[in-house]
Design a protein around this ligand. Structure first.
Ligand code: PLP
Length: 453
């Protein structure tokens, strides 16, 4: 992977790329679901960047809100002033998230939100007389961010190996990847096995030491938009409740309406989490932003013991809050969550059709407009690409040549599989869905032709 330190001549961050990756185009401008490079070539933003630009590009209302707030006051620390933009956004977040999420703590991105959620859980346990609870369980594969606390709970074997020690690597349980189940299981029994594994891990660690379990309710890049059967969520909730473990849903990718509901947790009403983290779509990339949502009761408990011991310079800054408020107002007033649901169904059906026609499309999964297409060497087997076979990067390159920008990143040498995220902005229309799938089909046909040679 290249770094993002930059150098005078070279391209910067290439998330998915091996060392010899193609040079990336230079961005010029963007509008709606389209982006143009400086040569004038147009691309469909088929994954909303790294599943971020939910509202699409160049949104006039957001730009106006940004300009107005920057003109009034861009920055005023919460150590000195309250700001109305923070109050308005927090109220709107509480309204959209619903009962159990009356309190919002605003930060500058997904990893910061995850760190804040862990500290909130820990402080709550201490305030409740349970200082021996500190272990945070999570799933493998999984992803919860790049900061050191998040690395310890991110199910990425490569990061764990490199950063162990400086990051405290926490126990992991298997994510219920039903497309490729181990020998001796079918999809249903594997889901039960994964829920059982959570309980066994809690017991093995000694329940009184386990603070929290964190998972993505609809998976992001780490699992390729994994959605489990309903009973998995209900069993996880029941196990956490029985052992006094705080359940954290990481909705950094799946939140903010992308799956058709503001929180994807709302798809499983009997399995509500205690804490939710969000970022990306919450500001649609118009500003670096993240949110931790929790109940009034949880936050008030901390208040009694001196308040939340955590903060950042940019927490709840007026500019980001005004942008977040404009983004969420657009989401609501233009009924974009319903559009995500409707367009998601149409897009998924079209991708299922493509799966029938292309020899390398093994699986199509996800919810709403958080979808992924898994690419396999041979559709008649559940084999993954060899560790040194970067086929998925070739798919991305072929798509980019045809004007389709796709998001992927190969982790653990592809041992869990290879996929691209299909997660366009929530403003996408039905003709644009057709345009996206046509370009993807052409790209995958070219890929199949190359592999056949
Ligand atoms: N959690 C999930 C589920 C994510 O997908 C990501 C980023 O992709 C993060 C956390 C970290 O967010 P950020 O990159 O904004 O720090």
């Amino acid at each position: 992977m290249r770094d993002n330190f930059g150098d005078a001549g070279g391209p910067i961050q290439v998330f998915y790329a091996p060392k010899d990756a193609a040079r990336l185009p230079m961005i010029s401008h963007a509008e709606g679901i389209y982006m143009w490079d400086t040569s004038g070539k147009r691309y469909i933003d088929a994954s909303s960047g790294p599943v971020c630009s939910n509202l699409g590009h160049g949104n006039a209302r957001v730009i106006a809100a940004m300009t107005e707030q920057a003109t009034k006051v861009a920055f005023a620390s919460r150590a000195f002033f309250e700001n109305q933009a923070n109050i308005d956004l927090s109220d709107l977040l509480a309204k959209l998230a619903g009962p159990g999420f009356e309190r919002a703590f605003l930060v500058s991105g997904g990893s910061e939100a995850v760190e804040a959620a862990l500290k909130l859980a820990r402080q709550y346990a201490v305030a409740n007389g349970q200082p021996e609870r500190w272990k945070v369980l999570s799933r493998v594969p999984g992803y919860h961010g790049g900061t050191l606390g998040a690395v310890g709970i991110t199910g990425d074997p490569q990061s764990e190996e490199i950063f162990a020690g400086i990051a405290r690597v926490m126990p992991k349980v298997p994510a219920p990847i039903t497309y490729r189940v181990p020998d001796g299981f079918d999809a249903d029994s594997y889901v039960d096995h994964c829920a059982d594994a959570l309980e066994q891990a809690i017991v093995a660690e000694q329940p009184g030491t386990v603070l929290a379990f964190i998972m993505e309710p609809v998976g992001g890049l780490a699992t390729g938009a994994l959605v489990a059967p309903e009973r998995y969520y209900n069993r996880v909730r029941e196990i956490c409740t029985r052992h006094g473990v705080i359940l954290i849903y990481d909705e950094v990718m799946s939140g903010a309406g992308r799956t058709g509901k503001f929180l994807s947790a709302a798809h499983w009403p009997d399995a509500q989490p205690d804490i939710v983290t969000m970022a990306k779509g919450i500001s649609s990339g118009y500003t670096p932003f993240g949110v931790v949502l929790a109940s009034r009761e949880m936050v008030d408990t901390l208040r009694e013991s001196g308040g939340f011991l955590h903060g950042h310079t940019y927490s709840a800054n007026p500019l980001s809050c005004a942008i977040g408020h404009a983004v969420l107002s657009e989401l609501v007033e233009r009924d974009l969550m319903a559009n995500a649901s409707r367009m998601g169904d149409i897009l998924k059906a079209r991708l299922e059709g493509l799966k029938l026609r292309n020899a390398h499309v093994g699986d199509v999964r996800g919810k709403g407009l958080l979808l992924a297409v898994e690419i396999v060497p041979d559709k008649n087997s559940d084999r993954t690409f060899a560790p040194d076979d970067h086929a998925i990067n070739r798919v991305v390159d072929l798509a980019r040549e045809r004007g389709l920008m796709l998001y992927t990143r190969r982790t653990a040498e592809g041992r869990y599989g290879d996929w691209v995220m299909i997660a366009p902005p929530l403003i996408i229309t039905e003709p644009q869905v057709g345009e996206l799938v046509d370009l993807l089909e052409q790209s995958l046909a070219a890929f199949a032709e190359e592999r056949a040679q």
